[in-house]
Write a protein that binds this ligand. Structure first.
Ligand code: UDP
Length: 254
């Protein structure tokens, strides 16, 4: 195996230098963390599944014209991505009350929101990712007003597309977190979707039973964590049941 230079190690992924300039290799670990790293664990097989799930979702989004950093999956745990300058803002889109929104405002989990709500968090482990407003983001120069407009417009398109995609396989997209980066091409800068989209950063509930099929199973010690990630991949049609040739694409649920 060739040894690549490690650029950055996060909680769930490692970034290595890519094979060509301007590329990185994103390696998906099985490590899981929650509550600002206070809870740590391993979800066996998570890295392999998230690599596949994120590949699938980023590819579909790219097809509808959402620019992403994703280039191609390289192997079970690695994907090739474009090197971008990560904007230090986590953008959360919510359709249904859950998690910190339910706690902050005392809204019972599962309450549909009157409309989709976007929130911003400043990416800082030391500060525990504080919630911030547009004013903080532009005043402190984390993103320009135009960057923020692009991020919001892209997030709403991602929400519309993914809500429909998941509904088609019997899953409710409750909320999710996105990260964006700046990509320069011939002096021009574009805002592109970065990081990953997987059950690590989406809340996905079964439409009929409201069963949680995401990282909340780990956060809340609900058990059957590995199975939840597998079920999402299976419904997306990307969990090979009889080997790699058995990948068919999503099975629509009526
Ligand atoms: N989320 C994430 N990373 C974070 C915080 C939140 O991916 O550092 C995701 C989380 O999985 C959920 C959504 O963003 O899908 C909203 O999370 P929330 O603010 O409710 O926080 P939590 O309850 O996860 O602490």
């Amino acid at each position: 195996m060739t040894r690549r230079r490690r650029i950055y190690e996060g909680k769930a992924k490692v970034l290595f230098e890519g094979p060509e300039p301007g590329t990185l290799v994103q390696y998906f670990k099985d490590d899981a963390s929650a509550f600002n790293n206070q809870k740590k664990g391993v979800i066996t097989g998570k890295g392999v599944l998230n690599n596949r799930i994120s590949e699938y979702l980023m590819s579909r989004l790219s097809e509808i014209g959402v620019p992403t950093h994703f280039v191609r999956r390289l192997n079970m745990r690695e994907q090739l991505v474009r090197e971008v300058e990560i904007i230090p803002i986590e953008l959360v889109v919510r359709n249904v009350a859950a998690g910190s929104l339910s706690q902050r405002f005392g809204i019972p989990e599962g309450t549909p929101l009157p409309r989709s709500i976007i929130e911003y968090y400043y990416k800082s482990d030391e500060l525990h990712d504080p919630m911030v407003s547009e004013e903080h983001i532009t005043a402190f120069g984390w993103a320009a007003p135009q960057d923020l407009d692009d991020m919001v417009a892209l997030s709403l398109r991602v929400n519309d597309y993914l809500s429909g995609l998941f509904l088609g396989i019997g899953l409710k997209l409750v909320d999710f977190k996105l990260e964006f980066g700046r990509l320069w091409e011939n002096e021009e800068m574009r805002i592109v979707l970065a990081d990953e989209i997987s059950p690590d950063n989406c809340r996905l509930w079964d439409v009929k039973t409201n069963e949680k099929l995401d990282k909340d199973r780990f956060r809340q010690d609900l058990g059957r964590v590995e199975e939840a990630y597998q079920e999402v991949a299976r419904r997306l049609g990307i969990l090979p049941e009889g080997g790699p040739s058995d990948v068919k694409g999503p099975k629509t649920i009526q």
